[in-house]
Ligand binder design. Structure first.
Ligand SMILES: Cc1cc2nc3c(=O)[nH]c(=O)nc-3n(C[C@H](O)[C@H](O)[C@H](O)COP(=O)(O)O)c2cc1C
Length: 206
């Protein structure tokens, strides 16, 4: 039986939809490459009361990620809104459940990247992206940002950083992705897909 198509896991949290819109652009970028697919997953919100539980399948949108989605991916794009200059708690909560993968080295030498959305232009896009990079490095992943050969990085008046794609959603969270933000999400997705295939081939040669 032939191997299943390798996939990049696009794992995001989004409350008002901005980070989800970015995730969808990543999917388009990844799936523009042949020989690889994208798997879109989200994480449930966390609650103040530990008794509260969400249904296992969300009422709409992407389904919740499992550890197996992460274990078997060939690459990872991690998306979270900025919250006080850092990733949102639901994403951190999910990451903190991945000790077993860390102990088994399941993510070593797999490429990863991050993306975020903020309400204000200087509200912590870069700090959030850098904070999201930290656990990925602990997992042994290879972080890939956006190179300046994507010349939109020079022109953007919204989001877009060499640390990863970002989006300026505005104070009412109603500013849609602009053309540059969209292009940079897609470019980052394409690059991640190419790196995922290359590193997958490298791991198979061992
Ligand atoms: C608790 C909380 C903290 C936030 N902290 C920041 C922040 O530090 N900087 C910022 O620009 N926006 C901040 N925001 C706004 C969100 O990052 C912004 O609305 C984002 O686009 C939401 O993404 P989503 O639509 O995917 O949920 C915060 C929002 C919440 C609810």
């Amino acid at each position: 039986m032939s191997d299943p198509l390798p996939y990049v896991l696009v794992l995001f949290y989004s409350r008002s939809g901005a980070t989800r819109a970015m995730a969808e652009q990543f999917v388009a970028g990844i799936e523009s490459q042949s020989g690889i697919s994208a798997r879109l997953r989200t994480v449930p919100p966390v609650s103040r009361t530990c008794e509260a539980v969400d249904p296992e399948i969300p009422e709409e949108g992407a389904i919740y990620a499992t550890l197996d989605d992460l274990r078997h991916c060939t690459g990872l794009a991690l998306g979270s809104p900025t919250r006080f200059g850092n990733m949102a708690a639901p994403m951190k909560h999910f990451i903190d459940s991945t000790s077993e993968l860390w102990m088994n080295g399941a993510l070593i030498d797999k490429p990863a990247t991050a993306f975020t959305s903020t309400s204000s232009p200087h509200g912590g896009q870069e700090s959030t992206l850098l904070s999201m990079l930290l656990p990925l490095l602990h997992q042994g992943m290879v972080y890939a940002g956006i190179p300046y050969s994507e010349t939109e990085l020079f022109d953007t008046v919204g989001g877009g950083t060499p640390y990863g794609a970002s989006h300026l959603a505005g104070t009412a969270s109603d500013r849609p992705l602009d053309d540059i933000e969209r292009k940079l999400c897609q470019a980052q997705g394409r690059r991640l897909a190419r790196l995922a295939l290359a590193l997958d081939a490298m791991r198979r040669q061992r």
